[in-house]
Design a protein around this ligand. Sequence first.
Ligand SMILES: [Zn+2]
Length: 430
Amino acid sequence: MNITFWGATDEVTGSMTFLEIGEKLILVDAGMAQGNSEVERLNALKLPFEEKSIDAIFITHAHLDHSGYLPRLVKKGFRGHIYCTPATAQLVKVILDDSASLVDENFYSDKEVVAACHMINAREWNWPVKIDDSTFTFIPAGHILGASSLIIESEGKKIVFSGDLGRQDDTLIPAPSPCPEADIIIMESTYGAKERKGNAEEELENFLLELSRKHAVGIIASFAVARAQMLLTLIYEYLGTHPDNKIRVYMDGPMMKEANRVYKRFAHLTKRPEDLFQALDNIESIDFVRQWNSIKRKEGPLLIISSSGMLTGGRIWRHIQNWQHDPDAVLFLPGYQAAGTPGRALAMGERTLEGPREEQASWSGKVLVSEAFSSHADQNELITWVSKENTKARVFLLHGEKNSKKVLEEKLKNNLLEVEVPFRGQSFKI
Ligand SMILES: [Zn+2]
């Protein structure tokens, strides 16, 4: 069996790993590289295998950096099966529909999105897929709705792909299943160098209290999938228990609305189905231009949740531009900010911003950055996940910035694990 690493080797995004098992070519995740134009150029590279020779693709979860390349593979001739959990299948559709509206139509279009979605075979957790003599089983990975790790049993070996791992104490999503004893583990390292700081509920409460006291406008830059549903649940709960703090809350993002629909349908997979339902049903969504025209002249306390989470596109720009000169306005970034994005620049102290469509803004209000809302396991959680059952596995680290991988590599080596940090295109016989 051979494994060839392709995406997420030198960056956090673009997960894509090939496995040659006997006659079959399997791909685990088909993610888009996201970030600045230099990172996104990676999406145009020729793959190490012909797209049409891929037999099956396993998608660990719906995020664009794990599923966004699927329509491209279809466009280039992939005709096999795509496997993921039922919740992932529905979120993948939401994410790919949005992606098709953003990418160049020569890269892919709605047509390939529809075709890719038709190729999906949804599989529940712990329900193995058999291909020749190998079995592929999804288990819960926490992180976002439907997210999975993948266990492959083949040629007498057990291989585990972590996918993106969630935290132990996520507001909505139950903790990941522990990593079983395995021979090979391919794991993410996004927060390999960091322990999560802060308390999400507390930080959100302080932010809402400030908006209420100062009659200020707050804008939250949120990822449309997972982060938005978590925030909406917490905000709705806070406003329900603090009736004196009257803040009008609007959600602005068509993709967010679609993701809400899927979260409601699969609410039983979350820890708080009732609260989630209530929040998503009751928070107002900005749908029409007319509504926006009335909101943009409103004064605080007012809160708008909009995408994208890293300010790389979406409707958030119209809110930033509208309130950029208001010194009391607060822009809240509760998500991961990838290198090269306007969100990262803002988090690093830059206040003159440039949007993806040449939008300009000079933000004079406050900026709040928080890591407390992360849906990723932090360093300790990653180490515990992989080390609990394993002292002899060979571990490959992916999906992390250089320093995260380096720090995690050292820590895991102390736990006697053999650790490799592969580069793009590197193959190993396993
Ligand atoms: Zn993810």
